[in-house]
Design a protein around this ligand. Sequence first.
Ligand SMILES: Cc1cc2nc3c(=O)[nH]c(=O)nc-3n(C[C@H](O)[C@H](O)[C@H](O)COP(=O)(O)O)c2cc1C
Length: 142
Amino acid sequence: MARIGLFYGTTTGKTEMVAESIQQEFGGESMVALHEIGGAEASEFDDYDCIIVGCPTWDVGELQSDWQGFYEEELSRVNFGGKKVAYFGTGDQIGYPDNFQDAMGILEEKIAGLGGKTVGYWGVDSYDFNESRAVKRASLWV
Ligand SMILES: Cc1cc2nc3c(=O)[nH]c(=O)nc-3n(C[C@H](O)[C@H](O)[C@H](O)COP(=O)(O)O)c2cc1C
């Protein structure tokens, strides 16, 4: 059993490519198991203490469609208590500067409320956008 479960959604394939890169960087399938969220069930999260969530933002500040379905139907059934959860997304800071990577923030808000401990905050210095629900602390807002 891999030590980390990476749950991702993708519509045009970019987030899947990033998910595969993360898997390779961490050492391959023995370390990170990939789960496409469209075919996932809440119970699959039980297998891991460490989780990575990957979601692109679509439709101006919304979750990717498979994540949207999981959010509505399944997510509240996942027991995130005691689990570490890191997040990544893909998005477009030029085309959608007022909603850049909002999906990452939407999922973090929900999952943190279900007991998941957010890890892996990353600075925003190298990005250029106006607003994002993914920005969680003023000190990161440079
Ligand atoms: C119609 C449309 C709406 C989008 N809306 C947003 C958005 O609100 N915020 C954002 O950061 N990116 C937005 N994007 C960019 C996508 O998130 C980006 O292309 C992403 O890499 C797609 O991921 P996927 O290939 O895994 O589906 C949008 C793209 C399209 C085509």
